[in-house]
Design a protein around this ligand. Structure first.
Ligand SMILES: [Zn+2]
Length: 401
């Protein structure tokens, strides 16, 4: 966590460009790092990812000519040994004068998530007494962990209240507390008394020690949407989307529901009912099909004459999950083998064979030699795609064993 609050990103979290000089540079594990005299790039910490952006190096005679500027990408920013390190695409020498520009869209998005996190955690703390014990923002979503459980109903209430704080467009305050103030103030994340404690206050909602960057007002969050609840380490983990992320999520939901609704000729009010109805109907149809297939199988078996050597069925009924059961069932009245041939297209079949008396594995090389057979198997069963003329296949199989 940054303890030096004399940083550009603390003075103004909306400042995007700055000038600086390279004070140090290093490469480790194939990554390049630069340190600067000052920076707007926030280093990863307290759940907030490090900033990204660009660093520009001007040639001496063309300070204002963009074309002559060397552009170096800043991929990540971290704090190590009290130094802010910018992970960059290229190294530049110590002493070089540079201009930096953070990717503000990315920073703004992170501030929307982070300020929202404070509001939600403040509400949870006040209403239920739980502490935020884990917080992370990644490219897609934000998660926060609490050391107590919340039902989905409670979460929806918290979400409503948090969005009320957004609608009220409350100015977010930053305070630097003296050791005396630290003792008298009540705030979350009160870890240890030190010289520098920075407290972020959302009046009436939250007061929390924090070294992250924040929005000026709560209205800029736009919207807070909690999308998931999971039990986590005896408490609960919530996943949330705020700002543009919440809008993108809503747009995606809308698209999926719209498309699904059109497919089922349903609207938002009866979509779930219709899906349930369709599921029941599919289940009933499956049961009906099974009943008919079993009746057919039973009748077929009854009509197998005694001493039948083998059965070859051009199968249109049974699928790949049923063939083994069917073959075993019929094999009870057969001497050598049962074979199902499912036609996929002209002269293209799926072959399923089963035997308890013939070593089918030994027949595979011959089958491959005679036909285009791409399957395999073991002594009692073989299966796979096979290309060949039906009559020839039947003749081949009849001569087996
Ligand atoms: Zn924070």
């Amino acid at each position: 966590m940054v303890s030096d609050f004399d940083q550009l990103f603390y003075a103004d979290s909306y400042q995007t460009v700055f000038s600086a000089k390279v004070t140090d540079q290093k490469s480790s594990d194939g990554k390049y790092w630069l340190a600067l005299t000052q920076t707007c790039f926030y280093p990863e910490g307290g759940g907030q990812p490090g900033d990204q952006g660009e660093i520009f190096v001007s040639s001496l005679d063309s300070v204002d000519n963009n074309q002559d500027k060397q552009v170096i990408k800043v991929l990540h920013t971290i704090l190590k040994d009290d130094i802010i390190w910018h992970q960059v695409s290229d190294l530049i020498p110590e002493g070089t004068e540079v201009q930096g520009e953070i990717d503000f869209n990315n920073r703004y998005d992170l501030m929307q998530q982070h300020s929202a996190e404070h509001i939600v955690s403040g509400i949870v703390n006040r209403k239920y007494g739980y502490d935020n014990v884990g917080f992370n923002i990644n490219n897609e979503e934000m998660t926060f962990d609490f050391n107590g459980d919340l039902t989905w109903e409670q979460i929806l209430e918290i979400e409503d209240e948090a969005n009320q704080a957004v609608f009220k467009n409350i100015p977010i305050e930053i305070h630097y507390l003296t050791p005396e103030q630290q003792q008298s103030w009540t705030y979350r994340s009160k870890l240890e008394l030190g010289e520098n404690v920075r407290v972020v206050v959302v009046p009436n909602y939250d007061t929390c020690a924090c070294a992250g960057t924040h929005l000026k007002t709560t209205g800029e969050i736009g919207q807070i949407k909690i999308i998931k609840r999971e039990s986590y380490k005896g408490g609960v983990r919530l996943t949330a989307l705020c700002g543009l992320r919440a809008l993108k999520y809503f747009q995606k939901l809308h698209e999926v529901i719209q498309e699904t609704g059109e497919l089922l000729s349903a609207n938002l009010d009866n979509l779930v009912e219709l899906v349930k109805y369709n599921q029941t109907e599919i289940l009933e149809l499956k049961q009906e099909i099974n009943k008919r297939n079993n009746a057919w199988l039973e009748l077929y078996k009854k009509n197998i004459s005694p001493n039948t050597q083998q059965i070859i069925i051009k199968n249109q009924i049974f699928n790949k999950n049923e063939w083994l059961y069917v073959c075993r069932y019929l094999f009870e009245k057969v001497e050598k083998f049962v074979c199902l041939l499912t036609e996929i297209s002209a002269e293209k079949y799926m072959i399923f064979m089963y035997s308890e008396t013939v070593d089918l594995r030994a027949k595979i090389p011959e089958l491959k030699k005679t036909f285009d057979f791409k399957g395999g198997g073991n002594a009692s069963s073989i299966q796979g795609p096979l290309i060949g003329d039906y009559q020839k296949i039947v003749k081949f199989l009849s001569e087996i064993a």
